[in-house]
Design a binder for this molecule. Structure first.
Ligand code: MN
Length: 158
């Protein structure tokens, strides 16, 4: 895991975003956050704690809340664990300039999430305020868009 790309894209003397460290809290729980990011275009940043960092996807539309809904999710650079509680105004001129607000957050459960991610399909159970229940992140097979995934809400179990 590396935060090199995260650090490279930002000037930490100018952005209010956390610099972060590649360390995990001692909590046994895995966390997630969705940030509503009013950048040039409004989007939602979906982040899952994994191996000490936040694996991150940009979702151009409001994330799925009903089963059968699915959205494009573009994987972006890993973010530091400290980003979990980040809200604020990234000043003009910085990477991702605009307002960041937490849209949802909570914990999640998954069986060996990093392994699943590497296989291109991750099933996880979200325990947020808005996003609850089983979801799937599925890597698309389109070779020239290798960061493209779909996030979908699974059918509710009966
Ligand atoms: Mn963003």
């Amino acid at each position: 895991m590396s935060l090199d790309l995260y650090h490279k894209k930002r000037n930490f003397t100018k952005t209010v975003e956390p610099f972060g460290q590649e360390e995990k809290t001692d909590s046994a729980l895995l966390h997630f956050v969705v940030q509503e990011h009013h950048a040039r275009r409004l989007h939602y940043d979906f982040r899952l704690e994994m191996a000490g960092v936040l694996k991150s996807w940009t979702v151009p539309k409001i994330p799925p809340l009903k089963s059968t809904e699915k959205r494009l999710a573009i994987q972006v650079e890993d973010h530091p664990f400290d980003y979990l509680n980040f809200e604020g105004e990234i000043a003009t001129g910085n990477y991702g300039a605009g307002t960041v607000k937490i849209w949802d957050q909570g914990t999640y459960e998954a069986d060996k999430p990093l392994n699943q991610l590497e296989q291109g399909k991750l099933v996880f159970n979200l325990k947020g305020k808005k996003m609850k229940g089983y979801y799937t992140l599925l890597k698309t097979s389109n070779a020239d868009q290798e960061n493209h995934w779909l996030i979908l809400k699974n059918k509710d179990k009966k």
